[in-house]
Design a protein around this ligand. Structure first.
Ligand SMILES: [Fe+2]
Length: 307
């Protein structure tokens, strides 16, 4: 398999976040500032503890970042002390230890460190505004528009059972929603790049909303999601897809190979449809969400009430 070191594209270079090493056909995952190997560092919050208030209070953010996130990092560094994987990047630790499901496992702590560092960057004061450019076009193609996607994110976050995460992901230029249980993360799945996430563990909202997770989800999607951040990652992803296509195209070929939609995870392989003006996202049992249509009106009623 061809290995290569990607140059740091502008979107991440501007913020000091270069993509991790990738392979042909495998996406570069943003390096969020944990350092090259253990002991990993806790990346600083990209805003003050009060910056997301009143949607997320300073008290919630303090506990979430300084206790939970820092706790995962402390556990991870302790577990990696003297461990054979101590010299590996965080992404490698996550991918090589997946399947560890026991509480406190190396995978759980490694994945939760990355998930939370990513989550902080997915939020921004004054967020929630629709993106422009290629991400906007992809949202229109794959979800039928920004409002429909926002509604599905809220529904996914509200309906997910127990602890976990909701993700907007890109794969081969196409978008999909995914939810993962507990610490699980889409970056362990080859070819899938997360663009945004919502933490639906109770520690993310309980101090502010108690059991009203839907209120947390509505406010977060409406006021905090960092769509420019997602657009940067998506642009980098598209550039990588184009580079991969060029690398795999025979010299005699004059036209690039068509991009095919991603095959649903954990489903038997089947012929991928040709590029199409997809109105609905692709589904994968247990991974990619299909939001019930009748949840839309309820969600917007809630949005109107919260504004
Ligand atoms: Fe969390």
């Amino acid at each position: 398999m061809l290995l290569r070191q990607f140059a740091a594209p502008q979107p991440f270079a501007a913020t000091g976040h270069a993509p991790a090493r990738g392979e042909i056909g495998e996406p570069a995952v943003p390096d969020l500032g944990h350092g090259p190997h253990a002991p990993f560092a806790l990346p600083p919050l990209p805003y003050s503890l009060r910056a997301l208030s009143p949607i997320i209070s300073a008290r919630t953010l303090q506990y979430h970042y300084r206790r939970h996130h820092a706790g995962y990092l402390s556990n991870l560094n302790r577990q990696l002390t003297g461990h054979p994987m101590a010299g590996e990047p965080l992404i490698t630790v996550i991918r090589e230890t997946r399947g560890g499901t026991e509480p406190g496992s190396l995978f759980n702590n490694a994945a939760q460190v990355w998930n939370h560092s990513f989550y902080w960057r997915c939020l921004i004061p004054g967020g929630g505004k629709p993106p422009a450019g290629r991400l906007a076009s992809a949202i229109e193609r794959d979800f039928g528009g920004f409002t429909a996607l926002a509604d599905r994110l809220i529904t996914a976050a509200t309906s997910h059972f127990a602890s976990g995460w909701v993700w907007l992901c890109a794969e081969n230029g196409y978008l999909s929603l995914q939810r993962t249980a507990n610490a699980d993360t889409p970056i362990r799945q080859p070819g899938r790049v997360p663009l945004l996430t919502i933490d639906v563990w109770e520690h993310a909202y309980y101090l502010d909303y108690q059991n009203r997770r839907s209120d947390y989800a509505v406010r977060l999607v409406d006021r905090l999601l960092n769509w420019p951040f997602a657009a940067q990652i998506f642009q980098t992803h598209l550039e990588q897809v184009q580079r991969d296509q060029a690398a795999l195209t025979l010299p005699s070929a004059s036209a690039p190979a068509p991009v095919t939609p991603p095959a649903p995870a954990s489903e038997p392989s089947e012929p991928a449809p040709a590029r199409e003006p997809a109105a609905a996202p692709r589904t994968a049992p247990g991974l990619v969400l299909t939001a019930p249509a009748d949840t839309r009106s309820a969600t917007f009623s809630r949005l109107a009430r919260l504004r």
